[in-house]
Design a protein around this ligand. Structure first.
Ligand code: PML
Length: 267
């Protein structure tokens, strides 16, 4: 395989006093991977959440060709305040079959200072399924092709949503929901300056909710709701199977809460 055709997973994790500060990753051809090491180092050292005392950058040659997947369809719901945003998130999760207790467990996890870098796996009633409660689940080994990233930037720019945070979260969610056992996901950023979160599922797509938390809060995280069978298989997929986004499923733009029922039928 030539230097240009083999893909590498490049991952950056930055921490301070053992606590996660920032992270990023992608799949790149070898020449680009070399350039990304520098870019990720710079990004880690200039991150708004604080100066890390340790930055670990990993380059790993992929043993298998990444699975090609489409990005989830993108929507943003109009919202001005966290209480309303939370109600919208719950309507979306309920439509995916998540029970009240499942939602409560997810919000409790997201609302506490858990110090986990990744997310947690829950069944639809909120029973924790990932085996290592201290570590959680780190979705990894995903990326986007250069062409798909260009198209994605163009698509998001039409709505003024073309930001790295959005693109990266969409790639992660697209990997997660390409697995048939994943039912839904709730994500709130732990960045105190970033208040948009999302609910995602294969049917709904990637549904962004602005002002899902109060500005200034460091609380956040991801809860993945999955079916109860083959948890090790899902875990292996999320953490280790390489996946690359090579196409898009489009964007429905900015919608009001009234459009929520349509999101379930237009998938
Ligand atoms: C994160 O901090 O990485 C999570 C971001 C979630 C929302 C991204 C978006 O605006 O779509």
């Amino acid at each position: 395989m030539s230097r240009n055709s083999r893909l590498l997973s490049v991952r950056m994790r930055a921490s301070r006093d053992g606590r996660h500060v920032s992270g990023a990753e992608g799949l790149y051809s070898e020449p680009l991977a070399v350039r990304m090491v520098g870019r990720y180092a710079e990004r880690a050292l200039t991150h708004g959440l604080g100066r890390p005392d340790e930055v670990v950058i990993t380059l790993e040659a992929l043993e298998v060709k990444p699975e090609e997947i489409p990005a989830l369809r993108v929507t943003t719901l109009q919202n001005e305040e966290p209480r309303r945003g939370r109600q919208m998130a719950e309507r979306l999760l309920a439509g995916c079959g998540i029970g009240t207790q499942g939602m409560r467990t997810a919000w409790n996890f997201i609302g506490r200072r858990h110090g986990l870098r990744g997310g947690i796996l829950l069944d639809t009633e909120g029973v924790r399924l990932d085996p290592n409660l201290e570590r959680g689940v780190r979705v990894s080994r995903m990326g986007i092709s250069r062409r798909a990233e260009r198209d994605l930037s163009r698509m998001l720019a039409a709505f003024d949503w073309d930001h790295q945070t959005v693109r990266e979260a969409l790639v992660l969610a697209s990997k997660v929901h390409a697995h048939p056992k994943v039912v839904a996901e709730l994500c709130v950023s732990d960045d105190p300056d970033y208040t948009t979160g999302y609910v995602a599922s294969r049917r709904l797509g990637y549904v962004r909710i602005p002002h899902l938390k109060k500005e200034g809060s460091r609380r956040g995280g991801r809860a993945f709701f999955i079916g109860v069978t083959d948890v090790p298989g899902v875990l292996e997929y999320l953490e280790r199977t390489p996946v690359i986004v090579t196409s898009l499923k489009g964007c429905l733009g900015l919608l009001t809460e009234d459009a929520i029922p349509d999101l379930f039928t237009e998938g």
